[in-house]
Design a binder for this molecule. Sequence first.
Ligand SMILES: O=C(O)CCC(=O)C(=O)O
Length: 277
Amino acid sequence: MSYLNSNQLKQYEEEGFVSPIDIFSKDKALDIRNEIEYIEKKIPNELEKSGRYNAHLISPLLDEVTHNPKILDSVQSLIGKNILVCGTTLFIKNPNEKGFVSYHQDAKYIGLEPHNWVTAWVAITDSNEENGCMRMWSGSHKNSLKDHDQKFNEGNLLTRGQTVKNVPKEKTIPLILKAGQMSLHHPTVVHGSDLNKSNDRRIGFVIQSYIGTNVKQVLGKNSVQLARGVDEFNYHEKINRPKSLLREKDLKLKKKKMIISKTFFTRDLQEKVLTSE
Ligand SMILES: O=C(O)CCC(=O)C(=O)O
């Protein structure tokens, strides 16, 4: 049992995140990294750009992380016992590349209402200040959603470059994780990350997000997996878990889900463009 204790619950409530939480061993993290790198070699581009979404549908080891009972215990402490997996994203920063993540609030663009959901960031490699770990603006989840600019800067790993202005960067808190640990963050906490200045990759596998069964997708359609409990609302289409690595039908499902996700990830931008014309 790995339910959150009272200190961890207090941290989440006051700061908008809880970290670090031990999930699996360094060796297990290395196995997962090897599976990711095997996929990258076997099918170049499969995990590039929008391909980084939903790799848990083609990789049994990422599927195992997504449904890990320790992660689900912690998540249950925050959103209740009926849990769906909405999607996952691989955030990989290679050394000597320009990857960063602008400061943003997930709830601003992800379309999940009400905010009975939480994001798990699982470290497949160590994640620290040198290689560009996530940084959180502690307590920022308590205020309402902030205005975001759309900034298409080179290297921004966010699809729409959504950026909150005037973040006090010197006050943001680095979430330093060892491979096999995770952090959990609130839908409205402002967060981002800097460049990887190390000589190795920084790999984060992000379950984006675990949602309560009462949560709807208001910007489009979602397909989900039941992670725990029962779905008494049935708002979303259900999809299967992979039985082996890189099955043809799972690759097709991942692609289909990517096209649907892209539609709602870009929707409010399209609306913005249309209204400003
Ligand atoms: O991996 C990163 O640096 C940022 C990830 C992120 O923004 C998120 O998980 O919501």
